[in-house]
Ligand binder design. Sequence first.
Ligand SMILES: Cc1cc2nc3c(=O)[nH]c(=O)nc-3n(C[C@H](O)[C@H](O)[C@H](O)COP(=O)(O)O)c2cc1C
Ligand code: SF4
Ligand code: SF4
Length: 270
Amino acid sequence: MEVNRVKLIYFSPTGTTQKVLESIAEGIAAEDVKHINLTLPEGTQQTIPPFSDELVIIGAPVYGGRLPVDVINRFKKLEASNTLAILIVVFGNRDFEDALLELKNLAIELGFRPVAGGAFIGEHSYATEEMPIANGRPDSLDVKKAMDFGAKVKDKVTALLSLDTKMDLEIPGSFPYEAKGARNLAVSPVTQKDICTVCGTCASVCPTAAISINESVETKIELCIRCCACIKNCPEEARVMNDEMLKNIADWLNQNCRVRKEPQVFGVDV
Ligand SMILES: Cc1cc2nc3c(=O)[nH]c(=O)nc-3n(C[C@H](O)[C@H](O)[C@H](O)COP(=O)(O)O)c2cc1C
Ligand code: SF4
Ligand code: SF4
């Protein structure tokens, strides 16, 4: 099967998942590459026609060893009929546990046919300059691995004689899922009013519309998924996570996840 059209579908609050998918697409080098970015509330309003004979790359970050609930809700609107899909999760150098298996099961339920999968590493959402956790990743080595992976998947798809060829993609993980996913915590970043310029950037990058801008920045804690997009995009460094428990988690990750993990791929050899 020729690979001419590639669609990238993703939820990526801090951009690492998007970068990995773009690198894979670069390795595939298809003529027609389209993005279906389901990160922001506006993105979820777009009409997405059912997928057919294109190649799709689906990507999500790992939250608590699972897919974020918002990913499941957004992806559930996708419809496919036997469409070949590359499945990608991106994690912050701790572990991806059941997330890729969960993405595979969801993709099959939606009508996709998983052809290959990968777990890549991205800078942890909770990382800061003072508290680094996989900072700067995906880096140039990750990008190369993602491009090589894309090229290998292209070869695999090109060699397929028919879409009915049997493909059973083995993905690690437990089913029923053992990882618990992101915990429900009434916690969100806060704004340091003395340095905030009320520019609105934080509201514009929030995937759950938890932030509104009036005279000052207001955050609806119950909507916050702690993705940290507002913190990483604030031009004044005015958004911070002050909560003691989350600071302790970031400290633990910083201490215990220092050894560099490498991307793992499934369904092709890279
Ligand atoms: C609530 C939450 C839970 C997370 N859980 C995990 C985890 O279980 N394992 C891990 O290695 N990284 C975890 N991360 C880090 C993200 O998976 C990682 O930073 C990813 O690169 C973010 O993707 P994005 O840039 O596309 O938003 C978590 C991040 C958040 C916000
Ligand atoms: S992005 Fe930063 S400076 Fe701009 S409104 Fe939000 S908190 Fe304030
Ligand atoms: S308010 Fe919460 S959900 Fe919105 S960008 Fe910030 S961390 Fe993410």
